[in-house]
Design a protein around this ligand. Structure first.
Ligand SMILES: Cc1cc2nc3c(=O)[nH]c(=O)nc-3n(C[C@H](O)[C@H](O)[C@H](O)COP(=O)(O)OP(=O)(O)OC[C@H]3O[C@@H](n4cnc5c(N)ncnc54)[C@H](O)[C@@H]3O)c2cc1C
Length: 295
């Protein structure tokens, strides 16, 4: 049941700041698919809800553009809008794969990319995939604008131990920037869920591989729902880059990612043992999916 709350829908960013200053205790509403569920369940009780979808003077909120440097993605872009924007797909395949399996049509039509990242659930579909694309988060508040890597934001969330990413007072995420990978690259998103129907990930893994100018292969690996926040596995990336392709070194990599994973023991979706086993299984699937060489 909902506890009554005041609803505000500012039309400009300065109106948003005015309301935020005035009411102090509030929740931001984007698509509402996380927030309203939490409010109804009594996990996010608050007296004031500020809907940011009608803010007109921050065009970055709605922006979606692939340019030669990468992909600009507004925080209010929905998963359906992203899937409709086919120009980004060849360069950010894993992101499109993750968006396609997120929720269902109705949820994807409503749920925003910004909400998915800001809510910072450990298994959030965009979480691990944004990490392998080195996403930069652009933030605007009363003091102006700032940008920070998503990896850094997630780490500060984990230190703060609070739900959601750590933003300062009255800050909003306006957009994200995902730099393009080099031309010869490959990315994939894999996940395990409990059933064939709609469910959040029991765990997920995002993987990218690309060839540098000096012909060396580099890797990026991140996973969700195997720790309190989506995590990038730099040690695994290093091991993959330096391994010589023999079977035993891949076995070491598999063992290492299972050791590094720290799933919550009380997850209702999957046991610790299952998650540790499957994260290494998904990693091998990802490694063997690279089309331009075999490890
Ligand atoms: C039936 C159902 C199925 C779902 N399935 C999946 C799934 O398969 N995978 C998955 O990852 N998620 C799933 N979700 C969760 C949810 O849909 C996503 O996390 C979604 O992307 C949240 O976006 P939103 O716009 O609805 O966020 P909201 O609920 O509006 O906001 C979520 C939080 O983010 C903050 N926030 C939002 N935008 C900003 C901003 N621009 N700046 C600062 N803070 C902001 C808000 O304060 C709020 O706390 C599901 C939810 C439901 C109800």
């Amino acid at each position: 049941m909902f506890i009554p709350f005041h609803y505000y829908d500012p039309k400009t960013f300065s109106e948003f700041l005015e309301i935020a200053n005035q009411v102090q205790n509030y929740q931001i509403l984007a698509g509402g698919t996380d927030l309203l569920v939490k409010m109804r369940g009594g996990y996010a009780a608050c007296q004031n809800v500020i809907d940011i979808k009608k803010i007109q003077d921050v065009p970055e909120f709605q922006k979606i553009e692939k340019n030669q440097d990468g992909l600009v993605l507004g925080s209010l872009v929905t998963f359906s809008e992203l899937l409709d924007y086919q120009e980004g797909k060849p360069f950010f395949t894993a992101l499109y794969e993750a968006s396609k399996v997120m929720g269902c049509h109705e949820i994807r039509n409503r749920a925003t990319i910004g909400g998915n990242i800001c809510n910072a659930a450990s298994g959030a579909e965009a979480g691990s995939v944004f990490l392998i694309f080195d996403a930069v988060v652009h933030i605007r508040g009363a003091q102006g604008t700032r940008s920070v890597s998503l990896e850094e934001l997630y780490q500060s969330k984990s230190k703060a131990g609070k739900p959601g990413i750590s933003l300062q007072n009255h800050e909003l995420v306006t957009h994200f920037f995902l730099p393009s990978l080099p031309e010869k690259s490959h990315s994939i998103y894999l996940r395990r869920t409990r059933s064939a129907g709609m469910d959040l990930s029991s765990l997920n893994l995002s993987f990218a591989c690309y060839q540098e100018k000096n012909h060396e292969y580099k890797y990026r690996v991140a996973a969700g729902a195997i720790a309190p926040i989506p995590c990038r596995f730099r040690e695994i990336e290093q091991m993959l880059s330096s391994q010589n392709g023999n079977h035993s070194s891949l076995e070491e990599v598999q063992k290492k990612i299972a050791d590094l994973s720290q799933p919550r023991p009380n997850s209702k979706r999957a046991s610790v043992e299952y998650k540790k086993d499957q994260v290494s299984e998904l990693l091998m699937q990802a490694v063997h999916s690279v089309p331009f060489f075999r490890l």
